[in-house]
Design a protein around this ligand. Sequence first.
Ligand code: SAM
Length: 373
Amino acid sequence: MERPNLEHLKSAFLAMEPPNCFISLARSCGGGYITPEVQTFILDIICNGYVRSGAVSNSSYVRNLLKKVIVDAESTTSDDAVAVVDGLYEQFAHYMTLPAEDDLLKEENRIYKQISFLYPNGFHDVSSGARSLVVSLQCSLNLLEGDTGCAIWPSSLFLSEFILSHPAIFSNKFCFEVGSGVGLVGTCLAYVGASKVILTDGDISSLANMTSNLELNCLGSGTKAKTKTSPDMIQCKHLPWEFATESELQGCQPDIILGADVIYDPLCLPHLIQVLSILLKTKKHVPEETNDATNKSRNNYIPCNDQMKETPVAYIAQVIRNYETFNYFLKLAEEADLCIVDITETKRPPDFLPYMLSYDRSSVHLYRLSFSK
Ligand SMILES: C[S@@+](CC[C@H](N)C(=O)[O-])C[C@H]1O[C@@H](n2cnc3c(N)ncnc32)[C@H](O)[C@@H]1O
C-alpha cells in the first residue's frame, strides 16, 4: 500500500480526526511506526500556527493526541528503533497547563473543524486549477445538539465529493438543500458556482450554526473557500418540513434539490416526501430569451443522457441504518409518484478525503429522485 504523505496528517489534524485514526495515519506515514520524522512533523503542525490561529481551538483534543503519539512512539522504541522527539514532551507539558480553554469549551460546546477536500490525481478544479478546497466548520461537541444538525455526517461528505467531482451538474443551477445541518454541502455548491443556493433546516440552533459557517466560508469578507456563487445568491432559511406550505415551496422552483442524511425519523418522512414531491413536481419557468445565460446553461442540463431538461431532480445521500425506515421512505416515494434510482456505483465520486480514516465512504448510498409522470 502506498504511504500517505505528511500533508494528509495535517489535514487529519485540522479536521480533528479521532485520535486513534490520527495515530493509524501517522503510523502509515512512517511505514508502520511514528518515526522521528513523522513526530517532528506532528510537532510542527501543532506548534506552528495551526493551533494558535484558532483553526483547532480544542486543547483537550491536542493534549489527547500528543499523549497518544508519545505512548505509541515510546512503545515502539527499542535499541535502534524509534525514539521520542523531546519537543513532544514539552508540548504535552504545555497543554497539561491549559485548563481554562477547556472550561470555556464546556460552556460553549463548540469546535472548529477544517475539512480539506484534496483533489485526487488527474482531477482539479478546472476554472481555478486549485488542488484543494478547505471548508471551516463550527460544530458541536455534542452529537445530538441542534437535532443532529450541528455535526458533520458522512452523507454530507459523500454528497460534497459528488458535487466537487461533477461540477457541471451544479454550476449555474439553482440548488435547494433540505436538512442542511452545518452547511458543508452548500459551501461546495457555492464553490462550484451554483447560480443560487438555498440551504434550509427545521432546527433553529442548526440554522444559526449553519449561517455562521456560511458567513465564514462564502459570505464574509476574506472568506476561505473562494466560492463562485455571488454572496447575495446564498441564503439560509428556516424550513421545518411539517410546516412548509405548498405555495412557499412552489414559489422556489429550484433546478436541483439536495439532502444528506435526512431519512432517519419515520415520523418526519411523510412531511419530507411532501416537501420533495412538491419541489420535484413544480416545473421550472424557463425564460423566453434564447441569449439568456441561465437558459443556455439549462440546455446543458445534466450532461448524462438526461431527458428531464426542465423538471428538477433531487440527489439524496444516505447511510441506511434501519431498513424498515428506509423501506417506508421508498413506499411513500412510490405513492407520491417519485422515481428513485440508486446511482452510488455509476456516479461514485473519487476519494477527496484520503486522510479521513473515520469516514466510511462505503456506507453511503446516493439516490437520484425525479417525478415519474
Ligand atoms: C442527520 S442531520 C444531517 C445534517 C447534514 N445534512 C449532514 O449530513 O451533515 C439531519 C438534519 O435534518 C434536519 N431535520 C430533521 N428533521 C427535520 C424536519 N422535520 N424539518 C426540517 N429539518 C429537519 C436536522 O435539523 C438536521 O440538520
